[in-house]
Design a binder for this molecule. Structure first.
Ligand code: ADP
Ligand code: MG
Length: 614
């Protein structure tokens, strides 16, 4: 048996470095946070070759006193935390005294620093954690850190680095978020000699958005300013046009500190339900202010994940904050849009009550956009109770023809619009790929693969969340050859794979044996499913349309789902149509990748196409 030994300090430091400084962006984040803690008003970040070769952080903060300089690089050396009790009231960005020690263990570091009261500055270099003699140097107050050859002495970590452009993108992303959290600080980001962005430090969030994300984003924001039970939620949420296929434009701060919290993202997205298509993620920059005792920031070494003391209440407050502003905007827009649309029919003299009725076309269009609920509510609030029952007609002066007769515009009743009992008739299957359905005054085509994949995905996701995915036991287990990295990824993620329905064991050499799988399929299919999942696992938590877990669940659903180019029986088609209706009821109209499940043609549109009507 191996004897227990205490790790040599250098090894322990490298391990710790892996937690704090996992890639250049993480290093930049730690150093910039130090500059912020030092009260800097201007911070410049320059990187070369994705940050692997060179990172420079320059600030005009309070500097490090010359006689304390080497302590700054010692583990658990911090000027920010004296007593353990302080942990619960952290106001500064850093406090563990770990960042500099970790970074200098895996890179070459140069530091130049001067406090405002010192006559001259001090210069020191560290090679893999070993400091050189200090020298005096003439410089401005503040601190400059230069980090070179990151991970040069940790080849294993080096392997995990992506292309330079990807790493510099991560740096830009981290810095953008920090800049958004500190509109009063002027940031400049230079990558390979070119300035990527700079902010003015004028204190205006909207100006930071303009400088970092550009005009389109700056124009598409809605302000949030909400306070409830001592919790303040402020910042901006983006108009629906700014939604993206991933969450990279979502930024959350808690007491000014950049935080990742999946639940908060979900809560905000929930507030957008019925406004955004599934698979589209809203843009937001929100800061949640609450008393520091209500936050535990000590959950994650890089301090990017936190826990709230009374989570549920905080989430509810965030939901209200966002929902309120979106709803206000929605109502304004619907009214504006209706007035606009109906004013095209009705001249100004038309009475207001008439112009406020939604027209049929408008309702149809918005139904197609999945806004049933909002429209339903709108109708409920605007059409008097007694006229809701009957299809309603009203006279619009604008369509008065030359003979002085008036055409009437039909307003459908709420029941007519939302009536799901309308009869559904399956017309047939087209190209063995699309199911054609007639329903009331509509004809629609369903993409059989998209629909089935989504349905499977929803079921699987629910089971996964509730920890209920059941593996199918294979009668004959499958032995699969893997390469070294694949095998490592599999053994590191055995538990996660189990939750997805796989039971896998080692099988000598580079092979593994698959005993259970999430779906029953032939050997080739199961092997390719596992290797696709391993690829997702090794890519890690990159952003994209779907979350990391969702991508794996989707890979499984996709394999299981009815393919295109497959003939379906009437029974199968009926089941599919039912599934689609069920998905629509929960607002789902696309496959997990955002492609539409169904396209709709109204009878009117078809009649127009054939010029039966104009
Ligand atoms: P922490 O930030 O958790 O205290 P670090 O290892 O990041 O730990 O930094 C150690 C110490 O070095 C800090 O507590 C601070 O006193 C000092 N320091 C680091 N960077 C700067 C800077 N840019 N300006 C002034 N002081 C700094
Ligand atoms: Mg720090």
């Amino acid at each position: 048996m191996a004897e227990i030994r205490i790790l040599p300090q250098a090894v322990a430091d490298k391990i710790a470095a892996g937690e704090v400084a996992e890639r250049p962006a993480a290093v930049v984040k730690e150093l910039v946070e130090n500059s912020i803690d030092a009260g800097a008003e201007r911070i410049t970040v320059e990187i070369r070759s994705g940050g692997m070769k060179y990172i420079r952080i320059e600030d005009d903060g309070k500097g490090i006193p010359a006689d304390e300089l080497e302590f700054a690089f010692v583990r658990h050396a911090t000027s920010k935390l004296r007593e353990i009790d302080d942990l619960f009231c952290i106001q500064t960005m850093g406090f563990r005294g770990e960042a500099l020690a970790s970074i200098c263990a895996v890179a070459d570091v140069e530091v130049i620093t001067k406090t405002p009261t010192a006559e001259e500055g001090v210069y020191m270099t560290l090679h893999h954690g070993v400091a050189s003699e200090k020298q005096t140097i003439a410089c401005n107050s503040g601190t400059t850190m230069i980090i070179e050859n990151l991970f040069a002495n940790v080849p294993a970590r080096m392997k995990f680095m992506k292309k330079d452009a990807t790493e510099s993108g991560y740096v830009a992303d981290v810095l953008a978020r920090i800049a958004l959290s500190k509109p009063k600080i002027a940031f400049k980001y230079i990558c390979d000699g070119k300035e990527v962005f700079s902010t003015s430090g004028d204190g205006q969030l909207i100006n930071v958005i303009l400088n970092v994300y550009g005009m389109e984003f700056a124009k598409g924001t809605i302000e949030v300013n909400h306070e409830e039970h001592g919790v303040k939620v402020c910042g901006i949420v983006g108009k629906s046009e700014l939604a993206r296929g991933n969450r990279t434009k979502q930024t959350l701060f808690v007491n000014g500190r950049y935080i990742k919290n999946h639940v908060v993202s979900k809560v905000v997205e929930e507030a957008y339900r019925n406004i955004l298509m599934t698979g589209r993620f809203p843009f937001f920059v929100l800061n949640i202010e609450l008393s520091p005792e209500m936050v535990d920031v000590n959950v994650h070494p890089a301090k990017t994940e936190i826990k709230f003391a009374n989570e549920k209440e905080v989430y509810e407050i965030i939901y209200h904050a966002v929902k309120n502003v979106l709803y206000e905007r929605r109502e304004d827009e619907i009214t504006d849009s209706l007035v606009e649309k109906t004013e095209a029919y009705a001249p100004a003299k038309a009475s207001k009550t008439v112009t406020q009725y939604p027209n049929h076309e408008y309702i149809r269009e918005n139904l197609a956009l999945g806004e049933r609920k909002i429209i339903a509510e709108f109708i409920k609030n605007t059409i008097p109770e007694d006229v809701k029952r009957e299809p309603l007609t009203f006279h619009s002066p604008s369509v008065e023809n030359h003979e002085g007769k008036t055409d009437s515009i039909e307003i459908p009743s709420v029941e007519e619009i939302f009536d799901a009992e309308e009869e559904t008739r399956i017309v047939g299957q087209l190209f063995d790929t699309y199911v054609i359905v007639e329903k009331g005054n509509e004809m629609f085509m369903i993409d059989q693969h998209a629909a089935h994949e989504r349905k499977r995905f929803e079921i699987l996701r629910k089971d996964y969340i509730e920890n209920r995915v059941l593996g199918q036991v294979l009668l004959v287990p499958i032995v699969m050859e893997t390469d070294n990295t694949e095998k490592q990824v599999i053994s590191e993620n055995i538990k996660l794979l189990e939750n997805l329905g796989f039971a896998i064991d080692e099988f000598g050499g580079n092979s593994v044996i698959i005993r259970e799988t999430p779906i029953l399929a032939d050997e080739g299919e199961i092997k390719s499913l596992l290797s696709e999942i391993v690829t997702i696992l090794s890519e890690g938590r990159t952003s994209g349309l779907l979350s990391f877990e969702e991508r794996m669940l989707d890979t499984i659903s996709c394999k299981y789902a009815i393919k295109a180019n497959k003939k379906l029986s009437t029974l199968e088609m009926e089941k599919l149509v039912e599934d689609v209706e069920e998905l629509e009821k929960s607002g789902i109209t696309t496959c997990p990748h955002g492609r539409p499940i169904k396209v709709v043609f109204t009878k009117r549109e078809i009649e127009k196409m054939f010029k039966r009507i104009v």
